[in-house]
Write a protein that binds this ligand. Structure first.
Ligand code: S3P
Length: 179
C-alpha cells in the first residue's frame, strides 16, 4: 500500500499534540485536523475513560488499530494528532510523515498542571491517574517514540506558532525530495 500524505503527531500524553495540530491547520488552510481519540469516541459514542473501564486497554488498542488502518486507506491532507500510545499501531508509517513531539516528563507534567481545566483533563486520562505510574510509562516509551519518527521536534524550546511553521516547512522539504 502506498503511503498517504498526512502528518502524524506522536508523543506522550499532555505534550501538546492537539494544540500543535490546530495551529498547523490555522497556518495552512489546505490541511484538516483530526484527533485519533476524538475519532474513537465518535465511532463508539463512548468516552476513552469509559472504554478503558468497560472493555479494558486491549479493546482500546484494537480501536486505535482500526483507526490507523482507516486513516491510511481513506485520508489525505490531514494533520493527525494521536493518543500517547497510538505510535504502537502496525503500519503507522502508511498514514504519513511521523513527527515526534519530544519533551522530558517534568516539562510535560508542568504543562498539564498549568493548563486551564487541568484537573478535568487529568481525569480523562486513565493512564495518568498516578504520577509515578505515568512517569514509568514515559520511561518505557520515550526511546520507542524516537525510533518510529521521521522528524523529532523538541517542544520545550519554542512556542506552538513557531513549531507549526517548522513542521510545515520540514514536511514540505521532505515531500519535495520524494517527487
Ligand atoms: C493514552 C493516551 C491518551 C489516550 C488514552 C491512552 C496513552 O491520549 O489515547 O488515554 O496510552 O498514552 P493523550 O495522549 O491525548 O492523552
Amino acid at each position: 500500500m502506498e503511503k498517504a500524505n498526512n502528518i502524524v503527531l506522536i508523543g506522550f500524553m499532555g505534550v501538546g499534540k492537539g494544540a500543535l495540530a490546530r495551529e498547523m491547520v490555522r497556518q495552512d488552510s489546505s490541511l484538516y485536523a483530526l484527533d485519533t481519540d476524538d475519532m474513537i469516541e465518535s465511532l463508539t459514542n463512548t468516552r476513552i475513560k469509559k472504554i478503558f473501564e468497560r472493555a479494558g486497554e486491549a479493546a482500546f488498542r484494537a480501536l486505535e488499530q482500526k483507526t490507523a488502518d482507516w486513516l491510511a486507506q481513506n485520508v489525505e491532507n490531514a494533520v493527525v494528532s494521536t493518543g500517547g500510545g497510538f505510535f504502537k499501531v502496525n503500519n503507522l508509517e502508511r498514514i504519513g510523515t511521523i513527527v515526534y513531539l519530544k519533551a522530558d516528563f517534568d516539562w510535560i507534567y508542568k504543562r498539564i498542571l498549568n493548563a486551564p481545566n487541568a484537573k478535568k483533563k487529568l481525569k480523562k486520562r486513565p493512564l495518568f491517574q498516578d504520577v509515578g505510574k505515568a512517569e514509568k510509562l514515559f520511561e518505557e516509551r520515550f526511546e520507542a517514540y524516537e525510533k518510529v519518527a521521521d522528524i523529532v521536534l523538541d517542544v520545550t524550546e519554542t512556542d506552538t506558532e513557531e513549531m507549526a511553521k517548522r513542521v510545515l516547512e520540514n514536511v514540505k522539504v521532505k515531500n519535495a525530495g520524494k517527487s
